[in-house]
Design a protein around this ligand. Structure first.
Ligand code: B12
Ligand code: SF4
Length: 450
C-alpha cells in the first residue's frame, strides 16, 4: 500500500488548541486503499523534529491541512502564511512526495495558497475527494477536471458538495489525541455539514455548502461515546450552526440520552426562537455551553448582515437557554455596513438586558471572497476585485471607525469582566492557557459569567 502522511499545520493555541477533526475524515476516506498517518504540528515538540518524522515515515504523498489563515483580529492582526511557507519548505527538503493542500482556510484561498506554498495539488472543499485524486495520480489520469481540484494550471475554481460516504477515523492512542486530552481535554464532533443561511460576511456556506447534509444521530452518539471513553472532558460540536435544523439536532440530543453519553458539550447556535422545551432536551443530553452568533442587537443591522433572526428573537432564545440552566455566550460582530453611533448604542443597550452571559465583541468584519460584504466592499471602493485577501482586510463602516467602536464598547463595558473585546490578545485568552496547565477543562468562559 502507498503511504500518505497527513499534516495538520495549525499551531494556534488560542483560545485553546483545536483537534484536527478534518484529517480524521480525510484519513477515513483514504483508509481502504492507502496507509495513512496523521502528524499534528500542535503535538510536535519542535519544528526541528518534523523533518525526522517525515524521513522516517517516507510517505508517497503528503497532505497539508490549512485551517487558519490569520487570527482575525483587527488590532493585533497576525497572518500565518509565512509559517506555512516555512513548513512547506521543510516538507520539500525532507521528501519528494507530492504535496497536496486542503482545509477550511485553504478552501477560501485555494489558488493563492497553492502558489504561495509551491504545492503540487490542492482540493477546495471536502477532503473526501483526496482518494479520487490519489487514484488518478496512481493511474496517471488527468485529474484537473475533478470537482474542487486545484493544479498549478487552474485558473478558476469550481467545486460541489461531496455526496458520497463520509467516515471519521479516530485513534484514542494517537500522539495528537493524547495532546488534546492532556491540555484542556477538548475533542470535537460534527453532526452535519452545510449552512442554509446566507449571512453577508460568512464563509461557512462556501466552505461546507449551503445544503445541510446530516449524519445519523445514532452514529454521532456512537462517536461521542468513543471520545468520552478515550478520556475527553468536553466536546465541541463544529457545525456551522448546531440548531440550523431543530429536528435533527433534537434527534442527536435524544440519541446522546439513549447512548448514555455523559460528557458536557457545546457549540455554535443561531439565536432563533426555539421550539418549546428545545434547550431543556439538549441540556438533558449534556449540552452545557451555548455560543450564540448574535452579531448585533439592532434590527436594521441584523437585516443588513442578513441574519436569520431579529433582536426580539435573541431575547427569546437567551431566555430559553437560561431557563434550561445553560452557560451562554453571545458573539458580536460590529462595524458592518451601516454601523453608526446609534446602531452601536442600540446593540450595547440590548446587551445590557441579556443577563448572566459572556459577551465577545469583534470590532471589524474581515472581508472574504464569495460573501456579499465582499461585493459591498468592492462597490464602495474599499477593496479591488483583483486584491489578494489572504492578508486580512476589514470592512470599514463609512460612519464609524473600528477604533471608535472599540473605544465605545470599552467605555460602555466599564470593566465588566464578562465583556470581552477583541479576538486574540484579550485578558481571557492570556489567562486560559494557565488554567489549562493547571488541569481545568472545557471552554472556561463560563467562569466569567457574573
Ligand atoms: C468549529 C470552528 C471553531 C471552533 C473549534 C472548536 C473545536 N474544538 O473544534 C472554535 C470556536 C474554537 C474556533 C476558533 C477559531 N477559529 Co474557527 N472555525 C470553526 C468552523 C466553524 C468549523 C471547523 C471544523 O472543525 N469543521 C469540521 C471539519 C470536519 O471540517 P474541516 O476541518 O474543514 O475539514 C474538511 C475539509 O476542510 C477538508 N480538509 C481538511 N484538511 C485537509 C487536508 C487535505 C490534505 C485535504 C485534501 C483536505 C482537507 O476535508 C475535511 C473533511 O471534508 C470553521 C468554519 C467552517 N465551517 O469550516 C471556522 C474557521 C476554521 N475558524 C476560523 C478562525 C479564524 C478561528 C480563530 C482564529 C478565531 C479567533 N480569532 O479566535 C480560532 C482559532 C482556534 C485555533 N486554536 O485554531 C476561520 C479560519 C480562516 C481564517 N480567517 O483564518 C474559519 C474557516 C471560519 C472563517 N472565519 O471563515 N473555530
Ligand atoms: S453566520 Fe452562522 S448562520 Fe450565518 S451563514 Fe454563517 S454559519 Fe450560517
Amino acid at each position: 500500500m502507498k503511504k500518505v502522511l497527513l499534516i495538520s499545520a495549525n499551531m494556534m493555541k488560542k483560545p485553546y488548541p483545536v483537534y484536527p477533526l478534518g484529517l480524521d475524515y480525510v484519513a477515513g476516506a483514504l483508509q481502504a486503499r492507502y496507509e495513512t498517518r496523521i502528524l499534528d504540528m500542535n503535538g510536535l515538540s519542535s519544528l526541528d523534529t518534523l523533518g525526522d518524522q517525515i524521513r522516517q515515515y517516507a510517505p508517497d504523498y503528503i497532505g497539508l491541512s490549512i485551517r487558519n489563515i490569520d487570527n482575525t483580529d483587527t488590532i493585533n492582526s497576525k497572518g500565518f502564511l509565512s509559517d506555512y511557507q516555512d513548513l512547506a519548505a521543510i516538507i520539500r527538503k525532507n521528501s519528494d512526495a507530492k504535496l497536496i493542500l486542503g482545509g477550511s482556510g485553504y478552501t477560501i484561498f485555494p489558488l493563492e495558497f497553492l502558489h504561495a506554498l509551491g504545492a503540487d495539488y490542492g482540493i477546495a472543499g471536502e477532503g473526501e475527494r483526496m482518494c479520487e485524486l490519489l487514484d488518478g495520480l496512481e493511474t496517471k489520469s488527468d485529474v484537473s477536471e475533478m470537482p474542487g481540484m486545484i493544479t498549478k494550471d487552474t485558473r478558476s475554481v469550481s467545486y460541489r458538495a461531496w455526496e458520497g460516504q463520509t467516515r471519521r477515523i479516530f485513534h484514542p492512542d494517537a500522539v495528537h489525541t493524547k495532546y488534546y486530552l492532556s491540555y484542556g481535554g477538548m475533542l470535537n464532533l460534527q453532526t452535519k455539514r452545510g449552512c442554509p443561511f446566507r449571512c453577508s460576511y460568512c464563509t461557512y456556506p462556501h466552505i461546507e455548502g449551503g445544503k445541510m447534509r446530516f449524519y445519523e444521530p445514532e452514529e454521532i452518539a456512537r462517536q461521542a461515546r468513543e471520545l468520552e471513553d478515550a478520556g475527553a472532558k468536553y466536546i465541541f460540536m463544529t457545525d456551522s450552526a448546531f440548531n440550523a435544523d431543530y429536528e435533527h439536532s433534537r434527534q442527536v440530543a435524544q440519541a446522546f440520552i439513549d447512548a448514555r453519553v455523559s460528557i458536557p458539550w457545546g457549540g455554535f447556535f443561531a439565536p432563533t426562537v426555539p421550539p418549546a422545551g428545545y434547550y431543556r432536551i439538549l441540556a438533558d443530553a449534556g449540552l452545557t455551553h451555548v455560543e450564540f452568533g448574535t452579531e448585533s442587537m439592532c434590527d436594521p443591522m441584523l437585516h443588513r448582515l442578513r441574519k436569520p433572526f431579529a433582536a426580539a428573537d435573541v431575547f427569546a432564545a437567551h431566555r430559553e437557554a437560561l431557563q434550561a440552566g445553560l452557560y451562554i455566550a453571545h458573539y458580536f460582530l460590529l462595524g458592518g455596513p451601516g454601523e453608526n453611533e446609534q446602531t452601536l448604542q442600540e446593540t450595547l443597550t440590548g446587551v445590557d438586558q441579556l443577563e448572566k452571559a459572556v459577551f465577545f465583541f469583534f470590532c471589524g468584519i474581515r472581508i472574504y471572497p464569495h460573501t456579499s460584504i465582499y461585493d459591498t466592499a468592492v462597490r464602495e471602493g474599499q477593496i479591488r476585485s483583483s486584491q489578494n485577501l489572504i492578508e486580512p482586510v476589514f470592512y470599514q463602516s463609512p460612519f464609524i471607525s473600528d477604533v471608535e467602536i472599540m473605544q465605545r464598547v470599552e467605555a460602555h463595558a466599564a470593566g465588566r469582566v464578562n465583556w470581552l473585546i477583541g479576538a486574540g490578545e484579550s485578558k481571557a485568552t492570556r489567562i486560559l492557557p494557565r488554567l489549562y496547565d493547571r488541569g481545568h477543562t472545557g471552554p472556561l468562559w463560563e467562569h466569567l459569567i457574573p
